[in-house]
Each structure stands twice: as C-alpha cells, then as structure tokens.
Design a protein around this ligand. Structure first.
Ligand code: COA
Length: 318
C-alpha cells in the first residue's frame, strides 16, 4: 500500500507587522478587546505590490529545500487560496512557472477558504495513494489584507497575510492515516466576500457574522476531532499535537478541551499571525517543526473550518 508522508515544510510572512495598538489608531478598537476576544496581538500584511503567488513562491522554495528535492521532482502542485493573483491562470500554474518546471504534472487551485489547506492536502493524498502522483507541493496562501474593509473593526482586526507549504511524498507506511472533508453551503451568508466575476458588486470585502461563525466553529470542531479519530481507530490520548486553524484562541482552546489535550500540546500561532485563512495550518505546522516541538514519529491532528461553510481534518504521523 502507498501512503503520503510529510517530506518538508516552508513558510513566508510579509515584512510589515501591524500591531493591535496601530489598528486602534484608525478604527474604534483596543489592544485589550482584540487580545481578550481572539488572542491576536499582531498580524503580517503584504506590501502593495506583493501578491499571493509571491508569498507562495517563498514558502514553496523553503519546503523544497527542507525536503532535499528539486522543483522538477514535483508532479503535482495545489495552491489553496481565496485571493488568487488572477482570475486565471490559477496561482498554482503561476507558481509552477516561478519554480521553473516545464511540462509538469497537474497544477491547480483549491478554494475552500480557511479549510483550503486541508482540502488541498486531502486531494494530494488521494493522488499519491492512487499512484497518480508521487511528490506533491501543497501551498496555503492568502493575501487577506487586499479584501479587508479596513474601516470595519469587526473584521479588520482578525485577519493577516502569509503562506505555508508542505511537500507530500509517496511512502510505504503512514504518513496520513485519514482525511475528512465536509461542507454546507446553507451557511454561505455568515462569512463571505459578496462579490465575484459573474455577480460583481461594489463590496468585495470580507463580511462576517462573528458570533454565529464562532458558535458553529466551536461545535463542529468538537464533532470533527471525534469523527476523525474514530474513523482512523485512534484515541484522543494518542494525539501528540493538535494543529488547528488559527482564527481565534477561544475556538482553539475549546477544541483542545473537547479532546482532553493540554494546551502545551497545541500549536498556537494566532497571536502572532492573526487568521491567515488557507495559510494558517501550514504556517502553524512549519512553526512547530522548525522550533523543534514537533518531532518525527509524532501523531498530528490538523483541523479547520472556514467560509462555505467548509470544514475538514487530517490525521498524520510526522
Ligand atoms: N473592537 C471593539 N469592539 C468590537 C470590535 C473590535 N474590533 N469588533 C466588534 N466589536 C463590538 C461589537 O460591535 C459588539 O458591540 P455591541 O454589543 O455594542 O453591538 C461587541 O463588540 C461584541 O461583539 P460580538 O460579536 O458579540 O463579540 P464576540 O465575543 O463574538 O467576539 C469575534 C467577536 C469576531 C472575535 C468572535 O465572534 C469570533 O472570533 N468569531 C469567529 C471568527 C472566525 O473564526 N472567523 C473565521 C472563521 S474561518
């Protein structure tokens, strides 16, 4: 049997940091309010001329180096993003060109908002298990700052920009045990950017009913972790690290509590990064690996919920 294993990870955060105190000078908010409701202390914001593909490229190059591979070894590229550089070609095709790959394997984008990385990883896992690909680059990258209404205090304090990348390779043992993907489009109104190509509107900004999203996220994440472990035949006690989507520290804490997992076993980056949408899980994973907390052989549970609503999880032995 063939499984997918994590070969390497990488990340990119833009140079510019915006603290809560800086935001409080332009909108009616405070460092205390943002920290106590979300755990966020600061976020990184892309430069005006810096795009999602620019960030994805830096994260991808780091992941390729960490995997000791060359770009030509990759036969699948999936970019999870809701803020692509262009309507088309996909950011994955633009990235493939930046990496100098000619006549390569499949390259495409996945749009599942904050669950995008889990969706992309699950798709790549199925390519690898079936033998359709052997080495996949998965990038979660979002330039949320470009779709924020910087006068809306209920959203602009929450999000940030960045990119995280993971290379999955074919292996004889897990690797990924299981992935779970879900969606329910009936919740579309609760979190959306209400403009698009075939139905354009003047309001192309993130709009959210925060408290309803919060309640849904807490409930569904609690259910999802139980479902994932059940399907894979593991107990919560087997999990070494929870690597959740980084939207709000209170949602993360509630999920850890549900699992009975001490907060010391949870990678939490929301304080430094804010919510970077599709980039949040690979950024957190890379953080835990590079600072030495996550070690080879440990069992990692990744989970996310996002606009759609979409939600999903991935259980992997690192
Ligand atoms: N600064 C100060 N006050 C703010 C504020 C800000 N940045 N943003 C909102 N408020 C105000 C609201 O206007 C409201 O005031 P009112 O009671 O006078 O109307 C009050 O704070 C409480 O708002 P509420 O929405 O009930 O707060 P909350 O405890 O639910 O926290 C969120 C708000 C957004 C932090 C929280 O709902 C949340 O994290 N939701 C989920 C977000 C998320 O995960 N999104 C992405 C999913 S992928």
């Amino acid at each position: 049997m063939t499984f997918s294993a994590i070969l390497g990870t990488g990340r990119y955060l833009p140079q510019r940091v915006i603290t809560n105190a800086e935001l409080a000078r332009t909108v009616d908010t405070s460092d205390e309010w943002i920290r106590s409701r979300t755990g966020i202390r600061q976020r990184y914001v892309a430069a005006e001329n810096e795009s999602t593909c620019d960030m994805a490229e830096q994260a991808a190059l780091q992941a390729i180096t960490a995997s000791a591979l060359a770009p030509a070894d990759l036969d699948l590229i999936i970019v999870a993003t809701s803020t692509p550089d262009l309507i088309y070609p996909s950011t994955a095709c633009l990235l493939q060109k930046r990496l100098g790959i000619r006549n390569g394997g499949a390259a495409f984008d996945v749009q599942a908002v904050c669950s995008g990385f889990i969706y992309a990883a699950s798709i790549a896992d199925q390519f690898i298990r079936s033998g359709a690909a052997r080495r996949a680059l998965i990038v979660g990258a979002d330039a949320n700052s470009k779709i924020l209404d910087w006068t809306d205090r209920s959203t602009c304090v929450l999000f940030g920009d960045g990119a995280g990348a993971v290379i999955l390779g074919a292996a004889e043992s897990p690797g990924i045990y299981v992935t779970r993907l879900h969606a329910d489009g009936h919740y579309a109104d609760l979190l959306q950017v209400p403009s698009g190509v075939s139905r354009p509107s003047a309001d192309a900004h993130i709009r959210m009913h925060g408290s309803e999203v919060f309640k849904f996220a807490v409930n569904i994440m609690g259910e999802l972790v139980g479902e994932t472990l059940g399907v894979a035949g593991f107990d919560a006690a087997d999990v070494d690290w929870l690597i959740p989507h980084q939207a709000n520290e209170r949602i993360i804490t509630a999920t850890a509590r549900k699992l009975g997992l001490a907060l010391e076993r949870v990678i939490i980056t929301v304080g430094e990064h804010g919510n970077t949408s599709a980039a949040s899980i690979p950024l957190a994973l890379d953080t835990g690996i590079r600072d030495g907390r996550i070690k080879r052989g440990e069992l990692l549970l990744l989970e996310a919920v996002g606009g759609g609503f979409t939600w999903g999880s991935l259980l992997v032995r690192y």
